[in-house]
Design a protein around this ligand. Sequence first.
Ligand code: CDP
Length: 245
Amino acid sequence: MGTESDIKLINEDGTRIDGRTAEELRPIKIETNVLNRADGSALIEWGGNKILAAVYGPREAYPKHTQDINRAIVKCKYNMAAFSVDERKRPGPDRRSIEISKVVSEALTAAIMVEKFPRAQVDVFIEVLQADAGTRIAGLTAASVAVAAAGIPMRDFVVGCTAGKVEGKIVLDLCKEEDNFGEADLPVAVMSNSGKVVLMQMDGSLSLDEFNQATEMIVRATKVINQIQRDALSAKYAASMEGGE
Ligand code: CDP
């Protein structure tokens, strides 16, 4: 969350700094199986975010002591490229990327039928090529498509969105300026059919009413985003049936 700033985030007419209304998503585009070596992959463009997700497995978990005799383990690695942000990011893992890797692994573990693959691991790589706020949710949303594209059985898609508070107003899908200078940021991911919450984090503070308003907006948005996930998968299968890919 940002510090004091002169930047005006809500215009006189109630629109936002990038011209959107309070409940308007940034444009979202997902393309499936963009990498030949991965078992499944997806490229998501969400506003100014460009993020690749690559999935490998299930394969025998290595090193062996990490194996679980009852289920597969999901190992996620979230990484931000040095050139993905305004100020060059120091390469390699940091506290933030370790935290995001952990919460994304947990969210995907809830959706994947891990009990079908004892002693196995599923590797999920999320590479942020261009960052513009909401990368954990965009990365997770893409990773869920990549897992499905890899043919790994899932209970549900995982789909997410953020909402937050900007100059006292609850808004959907924060952009970079809103994330930096707003009063609250609430990323949430759910399972598409059951609606079960698999990721929820919050920066800043919201009243209970504001929290309810934000989560209602997020749940409505996840329906739209889930359709984009499904369309991305079916487009790929339709193309492979036609072209024999
Ligand atoms: O990306 P997400 O909103 O999930 O996580 P965040 O920690 O709230 O980061 C918000 C945004 O800050 C990122 O999406 C990047 O655009 C930016 N950021 C940055 O410029 N440099 C970093 N080292 C980390 C984040």
